[in-house]
Design a protein around this ligand. Sequence first.
Ligand SMILES: Nc1ncnc2c1ncn2[C@@H]1O[C@H](COP(=O)(O)OP(=O)(O)O)[C@@H](O)[C@H]1O
Ligand SMILES: [Mg+2]
Length: 249
Amino acid sequence: MILLVGGEKGGSGKSCLAQNTAVYLAKECNASVMLVDCDPQRTSADWAQARGNNPDLTKINCVQMYGKIRSDLLSLQKAYDIIIIDCGGQDSLALRASLSVANYALLPLRPKRRDLKTVAHMDELLATCQMINPELKANFVITQCPSLPNQGKRIIEAKEVCKTWGIPVLDSVTYHRNVYDDSEESGLSVIETEGESKAAEEIRGLVNELMGVGCTEELAERFEKQRQQLGRGTYAISGSQEKSAYAYA
Ligand SMILES: Nc1ncnc2c1ncn2[C@@H]1O[C@H](COP(=O)(O)OP(=O)(O)O)[C@@H](O)[C@H]1O
Ligand SMILES: [Mg+2]
């Protein structure tokens, strides 16, 4: 299974969502996860490295890949339950290659005009990629929403903009919470910083909604079934081996 977290706008929360999703799936859904960082800024690769220094944390393997990565992604898919791609903030070859093979695309947008202006181009890009990958399920998600009740209108309006382009937008949103920023500094996810927090529930809820399941157990079962169908055990090859095989910065 391949999940792309992408979009054109820097700061919309792509790396943050990719990292938190990786931890949720690895830790709570028992999935073997490979995080692929396609951004030369290395946000997710640095996060995974910081995380790797803490032996108490569930290990998240991460490789960097750039350019024509379609066949590399298809090879990785054979060894892991899910590949999560953090695609950086521009329309790149890696973004298009990822969209051509992904099962899911998660496209974060803040409820801000500059983010919403990118929807038109994303719509065009998705339409092109869906011609060769009709199975792709793409969803926008509104992130970093203001929590003041009188700002709720902005969230509704942002969802309306996406809907006018005919692109599904998740009901789930993330609110602006400092725990997201605080967690990533030391390679953590919000699930590990505060497992019962609202932020942790946001992550679980949005990933479950994206993948069309009602709860964490259902998602774990889906990964288990996928492993059985492919005749694969729970564990994939180790991170360091992957790194030497695939990383080319
Ligand atoms: N829901 C949120 N609440 C608060 N801060 C957030 C949230 N989502 C992301 N951030 C912060 O916003 C900044 C940009 O996020 P990042 O994931 O790096 O964006 P991108 O990868 O799209 O450029 C980071 O400092 C991150 O911690
Ligand atoms: Mg990023």
